[in-house]
Design a protein around this ligand. Structure first.
Ligand SMILES: *[C@@H]1O[C@H](CO)[C@@H](O)[C@H](O)[C@H]1NC(C)=O
Ligand SMILES: *[C@@H]1O[C@H](CO)[C@@H](O)[C@H](O)[C@H]1NC(C)=O
Ligand SMILES: *[C@@H]1O[C@H](CO)[C@@H](O)[C@H](O)[C@H]1NC(C)=O
Length: 451
């Protein structure tokens, strides 16, 4: 099985481009200047504010939701994005039905059978039913809110949220700090290689959740799940698409972030379909953890399902620790039965994947990777990494992050992000080849609630 999601369509390189000197990399550098502008307010509803940043095919929605309950936050999200969610859900399903032959080739055999027997929607409903007993109630509450706010059928929104559980993405995980970077920071790349042609790309959305002081009362109601973590709910942002309430990549006010990549392993019996969907576990960790340790404890205690790789970053913004010790990054192999945690010293050391001090990385290929491209680029640019050099010289040349590509700079407290643009007649299609927008995350988390 080739676990990369859907089919990755080739992009015809245009003339007069700079290719890598490394023959193992087939991409070209991304010379687009970083877009640096303030988000513009578009609309306000009770408990919500919508902004946009960028223009044309690079426009990104920034949707802030506030409140004391997941339902209220979901409702605000549904209201603010009603038109988009109403368009996106049927368009996405229509697209998926057109791709169903391809989907059947890349999913595990038993999922292919579910789809063959039940149809795609039926297979997603089955996924919902078997994961539901392990899913904290706030996900259903928020989905109910999104449905009521947008007017879109709740069952459809639920189905969209089950897709990542069935079809996982290839992607790259990279954390870099210390000697590898310029200055003193932690850089974290989440490159989503999913399906850059999917119509969801034009609904690029960062959803910023601002649970208010009453929210603690809501979660206290669910003692059992929570008491073990002594959780504190933080504001956090999901980098993704409207109505997809789990996390593909997320970052919190406490400077905790997670990004994912599929983990294809020959070991059998380490995955399960019965558990809390991985996008939901990631979101809970980002919302409630305040350190690498609490994040790992939450993941250890979660009822996990699929096998995925994760990059977990944390940064103590106001710590008395020195600049070299106030952050952490771990690579994680995550599955129902295993949770293996890697620092840079624990990474494989092969010709294609040299160990690099202060760098944790997995490229978009099956691990351990035999493709030397990413490793050689990291060697070449070691010591000179920052968000710009990664976008200019690394994700572009290694052609990773076709659907969505982002680099978090923890010290700057900013994200540099791009989405694919299937409708842009001039191209390029892939996120890693497009202009990235810098967004000040500290400002987003400080955005006040509407009156
Ligand atoms: C939190 O938001 C809810 C709306 O969901 C509102 O009724 C409540 O007053 C807010 N609580 C605080 C402490 O702001
Ligand atoms: C961190 O420090 C900044 C100013 O240096 C302050 O505005 C912010 O409230 C502090 N955050 C926390 C979580 O203490
Ligand atoms: C990209 O790599 C080239 C060649 O090593 C280097 O000259 C250039 O400064 C790099 N660009 C950025 C933005 O770091």
């Amino acid at each position: 099985m080739n676990g990369s999601a859907l089919l990755l369509l080739c992009f015809l390189a245009r003339i007069s481009v700079i290719y890598s000197t490394d023959p193992s990399c087939s991409g070209k550098v991304n010379t687009n200047p970083i877009v640096r502008e303030d988000p513009r307010l578009v609309s306000t509803v009770p408990n919500g504010k919508r902004f946009v940043v960028g223009s044309d095919y690079d426009q990104i929605n920034i949707v802030h939701v506030y409140g004391g309950t997941p339902y209220d936050m979901g409702f605000a999200l549904g209201k603010l994005m009603s038109k988009e969610i109403t368009e996106l859900v049927p368009a996405y399903f229509e697209y998926l039905y057109e791709q169903v032959e391809e989907i059947l080739k890349i999913v595990p055999a038993f999922i292919a059978k579910w789809i063959a027997d039940l149809g795609l929607a039926g297979a997603l409903d089955l996924t919902y039913e078997i994961t539901h007993p392990y899913t904290p109630p706030w996900f259903d509450d928020e989905i109910r809110g999104v449905a009521d706010g947008s007017g879109v059928d709740m069952v459809k929104i639920r189905q969209v949220n089950m897709l990542p559980e069935m079809i996982k993405a290839a992607c790259t995980v990279l954390g870099a700090w210390g000697d590898s970077v310029i200055g003193s920071t932690l850089l974290h790349v989440r490159a989503l290689d999913w399906d850059d042609k999917a119509p969801i790309a034009k609904y690029a959305t960062i959803t910023v959740y601002h649970p208010n002081a009453s929210y603690q009362g809501y979660t206290d109601h669910f003692h059992d799940y929570y008491k073990q973590h002594n959780p504190q709910s933080h504001a956090f942002a999901n980098f993704g698409y409207p109505g997809l309430i789990g996390s593909l990549g997320a970052y919190s006010e406490a400077s905790i972030a997670l990004g994912e990549k599929v983990w294809i392993t020959k070991e059998s019996d380490i995955t399960s379909r019965f558990g809390n969907p991985w996008t939901y576990v990631l979101r809970d960790v980002v919302q409630f953890a305040n350190s690498v340790d609490t994040a790992l404890t939450m993941m250890a205690n979660a009822q996990r399902t699929c096998s995925i790789h994760l990059g977990l970053g944390s940064y103590e913004r106001n710590s008395s620790l020195t600049a070299d010790t106030n952050f952490g990054f771990r690579g994680i192999e995550y599955s129902a039965r295993e949770l293996n945690v890697y620092n840079w010293e624990d990474m494989f050391n092969t010709k294609a994947h040299p160990i690099l001090r202060d760098v944790v990385y997995w490229d978009k290929h099956v691990q351990p990777s035999n493709n030397p491209c990413l490793g050689s680029l990291l060697v070449e640019h070691y010591g000179h990494l920052n968000a710009e050099s990664i976008i200019y010289n690394i994700t572009s040349l290694s052609e990773t992050g076709d659907a969505m590509n982002f680099v978090l700079d923890y010290a700057e407290n900013a994200v540099y992000i791009a989405y694919s643009a299937p409708d842009d007649p001039k191209g390029p299609l892939e996120a890693f080849n497009r202009a990235h927008t810098r967004i000040d995350m500290g400002k987003l988390f400080a955005e006040p609630a509407p009156h």
